[in-house]
Write a protein that binds this ligand. Structure first.
Ligand code: CA
Length: 229
């Protein structure tokens, strides 16, 4: 099972710098994916769909700016936060001027504490539950830190898979998730699970959510998948 820990792709060609970043991110509970150049980065983005990307400006081959541009033109990754790292502040000005679509910029040498703070700030917006925040939707409250779910002040007991499903829905109310996308997010990419398994767990989640006569908040979108609300 995939857990809901947020994943960060670190794109940096200098191994020592890459490892320092990875070490500090892992110490904060992030899952780190490493890439040494742009080509590898683009492949891993498609494969792993990371929650956030730390992208070095100076890379062999394709530059960080160009990689950023290529990420941001893809609809699937447009919302993925990209923090660009560069060696000089003039470069940051240039990145801004080039409108690469990067969400943030940090200059080397940076303070690890500041970098982690920025990473978390972006994830609070894009993956709130992954950084332990409390999510609310209508009369449902999900506390990602204590793993508790309440509806109208009644605690609901959910299995781990149903909890992850609800978290995924509550992070993006209204978004339609295909069964494949739910499998990737909730079960993980490395595990083979039949898409019908998704339906089974959605059924269980619905049952718990409407146990006390409350309306079922999950919508089946014919031919597309499921959405909350
Ligand atoms: Ca570099």
């Amino acid at each position: 099972m995939a857990d809901m820990q947020p994943s960060v792709l670190v794109v940096e060609d200098e191994a020592a710098q890459r490892e320092v970043l990875a070490y500090n991110l892992e110490a904060e509970g992030f899952r780190v994916i490493r890439a040494a150049d742009g080509t590898e980065a683009l492949l891993l983005i498609e494969e792993e769909n990371p929650d956030l990307i730390l992208l070095d400006w100076m890379l062999p081959g394709t530059s960080g700016i160009e990689i950023c541009r290529q990420i941001k033109i893809k609809p699937a990754f447009r919302m993925t936060p990209v923090i660009m790292i560069s060696a000089r502040s003039e470069e940051v000005d240039k990145v801004r001027g080039l409108e690469t679509g990067a969400d943030d910029y940090i200059v080397k040498p940076y303070s690890v504490i500041e970098l982690l703070a920025r990473v978390k700030a972006h994830l609070r917006r894009s993956r709130p539950a992954a950084v332990g925040m409390r999510l609310t939707y209508d009369d449902i409250i999900l506390d990602a830190e204590t793993h508790k779910v309440f509806r109208k002040d009644r605690e609901l007991k959910l299995g781990p898979t149903e909890f992850r499903l609800l978290t995924t829905f509550m992070e993006k109310p209204g978004r339609v998730w295909s069964r494949e996308q739910l499998l990737d997010r909730v079960w993980g990419r490395d595990i083979y699970v039949d898409t019908r398994t998704v339906d089974v767990h959605i059924g269980r989640l619905r049952k718990v959510l409407s146990r006390h006569g409350d309306p079922d908040p999950i919508r089946t979108v014919r031919g597309a998948g499921y959405a909350l609300g």
